[in-house]
Design a protein around this ligand. Sequence first.
Ligand SMILES: NC(=O)c1ccc[n+]([C@@H]2O[C@H](COP(=O)([O-])OP(=O)(O)OC[C@H]3O[C@@H](n4cnc5c(N)ncnc54)[C@H](O)[C@@H]3O)[C@@H](O)[C@H]2O)c1
Length: 321
Amino acid sequence: MTWLVTGGAGYIGSHVVAALREADMSCVVLDDLSSGHAEFVPADVPFVRGSILDAELVRSALAEHQVTGVIHIAGFKYAGVSVQQPLHTYEQNVTGMAVLLKEMQDAGIDRVVFSSSAAVYGTPPTDIVTEDTPKNPESPYGESKLIGEWLLRDQGVAAGLRHTSLRYFNVVGSGSITLYDTSPHNLFPLVFEALLAGRTPKINGTDYPTPDGTCVRDYIHVADLALAHVEAARKLDEGALLLPAYNLGSGDGVSVRQIMTAVAAATGIPFEPESAPRRPGDPARIVASGELAARDLGWAMRHTLDQMVTSAWQAREAAAA
Ligand SMILES: NC(=O)c1ccc[n+]([C@@H]2O[C@H](COP(=O)([O-])OP(=O)(O)OC[C@H]3O[C@@H](n4cnc5c(N)ncnc54)[C@H](O)[C@@H]3O)[C@@H](O)[C@H]2O)c1
């Protein structure tokens, strides 16, 4: 059994590769390095450089490495940018997925685990998001992830594809000193880059209807997230029935101000964050129940918030050294 990890040179993909190796599961990475890093792929893991949009490349990678299942993580993940670049977002996330699924079907590969997102829910009308909460994406990015889930559902009916989609909430932390989030838009990298450059980190929006006025999110550790992928892949290999989608969330909300306090403690850099205007489209609160994933995928929060912040900072600092 060999699992192809698309996007395996990225932040989450590289942690999934590490978890697969830890579980003695064979894998191969396909990544175009548009936002990933070749050095995130271990030297002894086969690495195919190229895009999921390149049908011929995907076909030869599946055949050459005798792939039996796909963990599809590659994608364009910047919700804000997707509003300005919807066509690019749809091409990468929807067309790319259709190409991948067609090549899988032709190769007789019948199992896939997909990186979906909390963005499929938009601004949820409820305190705790469950898998049944209405889907109301508010960006082309969120729409593209929901369409990805529909593609899997439809291929399931048409071609017997066995699949599950993991809807991540806010993924943070580092599972290894050499792997970290390099996104220019996510909260942790933004705060760290500010601190490393001697600037004061900003909080966008301090007048939300939340206990301290700042947005509340559901933070999960990337290494915990990676384990859920291994379990999903294992379950599909065993022929187990999985739900079409699982929330990977903690059930607990943490505010941006609480994150800033944890960052100050972890870095030893005392700072008072600057207040900045709200960003359009940022909901006040998104927190999810991960109960179904706990039941079916052994999902658990194995790390505390302090561990998330400290591990992320240590990896970022090591990269800067
Ligand atoms: N980081 C989060 O908090 C979060 C939350 C929800 C969902 N997700 C989803 O998880 C996935 C991984 O996110 P990440 O944070 O690791 O981002 P990332 O940008 O670090 O990783 C994405 C990887 O996919 C690769 N890639 C992009 N387009 C490709 C293509 N056409 N062909 C081949 N490779 C391609 C990139 O080079 C990169 O290595 C994405 O699909 C994202 O939408 C992330």
